[in-house]
Ligand binder design. Structure first.
Ligand SMILES: *Cc1c(COP(=O)(O)O)cnc(C)c1O
Length: 452
């Protein structure tokens, strides 16, 4: 299988090269050249456990990795989840289920993709007899999940920049208490934007980039999107047959990566009825799906911080299909958006989607209501997906983080402070972080000294 760019001006690549490249050289995002049709295999898939299902799905795309190698990579990627089902589906009511995606090592859904991506990177290091240094900036969850994906993997180094004093204490501990020699938590003297700007400059230095075999952590990697298709398939297969054709997935959304994966699976012949895009008060996607206009706003920090995004990096993949697979139109739309911050997309095919938005004032009320009605505690991101549900459909809400990651918000909403053994264990371990100036020269020096 080959992978093409949404902007149509980059040569198609095989799976491993597309994963290693990340962003396509023409500035676009990689997509499968053709979408496979799984409709004839669903019955066979019913019997498979999570890792085996993931392997059967990915082998159709990762055709350049020998099957047994891929099977081992996938199996390894789901060994560090604490629930035997990996992604358990819980029924809350006659037409309501929750898909719990927070049983991985950092207790958020990003583990599904980043555990796999870490093992794919490690495989590539072995295969090509090279080392790689992964560099990223984070305001929280992604950095922790990326670190835990590469933790202790031979041939890899990982450097994550975060604004010192501006991530939650638990998030900092998830990055800085690993004890692994190949992990570097870099506490930047500055804001997230300062860190991001320094990083951009470092990636712009081609010599440095090649010399250290630098790779970026970001939400647009092809492997992340494909890994995320699998839990939709797993959930769909676990629904009673009478509910399957009427299911709507309700997805807390920021960068559009999670919901895009579900939509792609639908395009691959799995009869999902629809998707509900649930945003917080940063509502660019809510506005797009309700009005057809894609218009950037200013980011307002919220109680669901991993969704505090106003430009959704994975949206371009949806745009490609929604504009009839016309790469020239994608280029024109993205260029208009870049220059003016707005793009009219009235003829974009939005069928099958609905959208809700949730303000900060509503989040604690929703957490309290769900606790009262179902005796079930949800985190602030998942709360956005309980705003409202389609009256005639079976709703499957994707729960993207463990409530224990947000003890203050939960305590304020229901008077109970959630805990989790993984997080309690972290509190006993020393924080090892490196304070650093948000300057490219200082960061490069650090990588020179500590990189692999
Ligand atoms: C990253 C994240 C999201 C948003 O996911 P996207 O793929 O960016 O839409 C939602 N909830 C949590 C807890 C996250 O970490």
């Amino acid at each position: 299988m080959r992978f093409i760019s949404t902007r149509g001006q980059a040569a198609p690549l095989g799976f491993s090269d597309a994963v290693a490249t990340g962003l396509a050289p023409d500035g676009g995002l990689f997509l499968p050249e053709t979408l496979p049709d799984f409709s004839g295999q669903l019955q066979r898939f019913e019997k498979l456990g999570y890792a085996e299902l993931c392997f059967e799905f990915l082998r159709v795309f990762a055709t350049d990795i020998p099957a047994e190698t891929l099977r081992a990579i996938v199996a390894e990627s789901y060994t560090r989840f604490s629930h035997p089902d990996i992604a358990p589906l819980r029924r809350l009511g006659p037409r309501l289920h929750v898909l719990e995606l927070f049983h991985g090592p950092t207790l958020a859904f990003k583990d599904f993709a980043l555990q796999l991506l870490g093992n794919l990177y490690a495989h590539q290091c072995r295969e090509r007899r090279e080392t790689i240094n992964v560099l990223g900036a984070t305001s929280g969850d992604t950095g922790a999940a990326a670190i835990h994906g590469l933790l202790g993997k031979p041939g890899t180094g990982i450097f994550i920049l975060y604004p010192d004093g501006r991530v939650s204490p638990l998030q900092e501990r998830q990055m800085a208490c690993t004890g692994a020699a190949n992990v570097f938590a870099l506490a930047v003297d500055g804001t997230f934007d300062d860190a991001q700007a320094a990083l951009k400059e470092i990636f712009g230095d081609q010599n440095f980039r090649t010399q250290h075999r630098l790779s970026a952590v970001n939400s647009i990697n092809l492997a992340r999107v494909l890994a995320q298709c699998v839990y939709y398939l797993y959930a769909w297969l676990r629904l009673p047959p009478g509910e399957r054709d009427n299911v709507e997935f309700v997805v807390p959304t920021g960068n559009f990566g999670n919901v895009l994966a579900g939509w792609l699976l639908q395009q691959m012949g799995v009869p999902i009825r629809g998707f509900r895009v649930a945003t917080n008060q940063n509502d660019i996607l809510y506005r797009l799906f309700t009005t057809g206009e894609y218009r950037v706003g200013a980011v307002q920090p919220s109680l669901a911080p991993s969704m505090d995004i106003q430009v959704s990096s994975n949206f371009e993949r949806f745009l490609y299909y929604g504009l009839g697979r016309d790469a020239a139109r994608v280029r024109a739309a993205m260029e208009t958006f870049r220059q003016t911050g707005v793009c009219a997309l009235a003829d974009l095919d939005r069928s099958g989607f609905s959208a809700t938005r949730c303000t900060d004032a509503e989040i604690p009320d929703i957490i309290a209501r769900v606790y009262r009605e179902h005796g079930y505690v949800i985190d602030p991101h998942t709360a956005c997906a309980f705003q409202s549900h389609h009256p005639d459909r079976v709703s499957v809400v994707l729960s993207t983080a463990s409530p224990a990651k947000f003890p203050e918000t939960i305590q304020a909403a229901i008077g109970v402070e959630p805990t989790h053994p993984t997080l309690e264990a972290l509190k006993a371990r020393p924080i090892v972080k490196h304070r650093i100036k948000a300057e490219p020269a200082a960061i490069k020096r650090f990588i020179d000294e500590h990189g692999v």
